[in-house]
Design a protein around this ligand. Structure first.
Ligand SMILES: Nc1ncnc2c1ncn2[C@@H]1O[C@H](COP(=O)(O)OP(=O)(O)O)[C@@H](O)[C@H]1O
Ligand SMILES: [Mg+2]
Length: 292
């Protein structure tokens, strides 16, 4: 069956639970595994964010945020609930455009072009910068169709689609679990499988950057571990930005960490430095569980 696709439709579905916010647990001092998190000092910059302000109507949600996003490294974004992490993530693939009366000021330079520029082709941008949400949100279609969808939008042939579907599912470490049930509904998969399917769907259109907004917060510990292992594999080929309310997770998977508070980026540093030698008092207070 061919599905009708609308070229102007965003490839990325909107997060189902964007309005549900959770309290942050206070977490004891974080131990960083230097092995998993050694930052590559010579990595090049994939996206250079400069002086970004963001407004929901008249309410300002981001203040003068600047940070380098290093290529083929994991950048983790931490901070208490409501501090602007998701808002910031959505500026990078222009998902905030879908919310009326919003405004972004500043620059996020990807290959010499400002992502925020009116002339940016957002359909192409969202292929290059894919997104995975807090709650797995597969389409109510077969496993195969979930991955094939974006490829049809790109006008790929039947054969190309078949190859890419398998490749993406393998890359997202879920192929073995689904290869015998490709035509069954994606909604029949477990939460962790659904999330890996959503990662496969994001990978299918060959993005360069993956944005992950608390991708494990709806998952059990085993499924969380699988996603973390997957992130450590994917970072060899993709630039990853992950929002997490779990500081231990940031310490396990990321090379760089940014700490947000009240819409401001308080500190951005190699993960080891941020957790073991924070420069700002606010960072120190947050990572030692004094607020949040
Ligand atoms: N669609 C929206 N409309 C208006 N305000 C919003 C919207 N989404 C988020 N906000 C507000 O922007 C601020 C940052 O929210 P958010 O980026 O979701 O924070 P975080 O992801 O760190 O929890 C909060 O004050 C939140 O209430
Ligand atoms: Mg959020």
């Amino acid at each position: 069956m061919d599905i009708q696709v609308n070229k102007s439709e965003p490839l990325v579905p909107i997060e189902a639970s964007a309005t549900q916010r959770k309290a942050q647990p206070s977490t004891p001092k974080v131990k960083v595994s230097e092995n998993a998190t050694s930052a590559n000092a010579s990595a090049s910059i994939k996206i250079e964010v400069k002086n970004t302000d963001f407004f929901y109507g008249t309410k300002q949600a981001l203040y003068n945020v600047s940070l380098p996003v290093y290529e083929c490294q994991v950048t983790a974004l931490i901070g208490p609930s409501g501090c602007g992490k998701s808002t910031f993530l959505r500026t990078l693939n222009r998902m905030n455009d879908l919310i009326p009366n919003t405004r972004t000021v500043g620059e996020a330079v990807l290959d010499g072009e400002n992502i925020y520029d009116k002339r940016t082709d957002v359909v192409l941008l969202r292929q290059r910068i894919g997104m995975v949400f807090q709650r797995p949100n597969p389409f109510p279609k077969s496993i195969f169709e979930n991955i094939a969808y974006g490829l049809r939008v790109q006008g790929k042939s039947k054969k190309e689609i078949e190859v890419a579907v398998e490749q993406s599912l393998r890359r997202a470490a879920i192929w073995d679990e689904v290869k015998d049930r490709m035509s069954t509904s994606a909604l029949g998969l477990s939460g962790g499988q659904q999330q890996r399917l959503c990662i496969a769907r994001a990978l299918a259109v060959q993005p360069e950057v993956l944005l992950m907004d608390e991708p494990c917060s709806a998952l059990d510990p085993i499924a969380t571990l699988k996603i973390e292992e997957l992130i450590l594999e994917l970072v060899e080929d993709y630039t990853i930005i992950i929002v997490t309310h779990n500081m231990q997770q940031a310490a396990r998977v990321s090379q760089f960490t940014g700490f947000f508070l009240n819409g401001k980026l308080i500190e951005h540093a190699p993960t080891v430095d941020l957790f073991e030698r924070p420069k700002k008092k606010e960072t120190e207070d947050y990572i030692s569980g004094r607020f949040g």
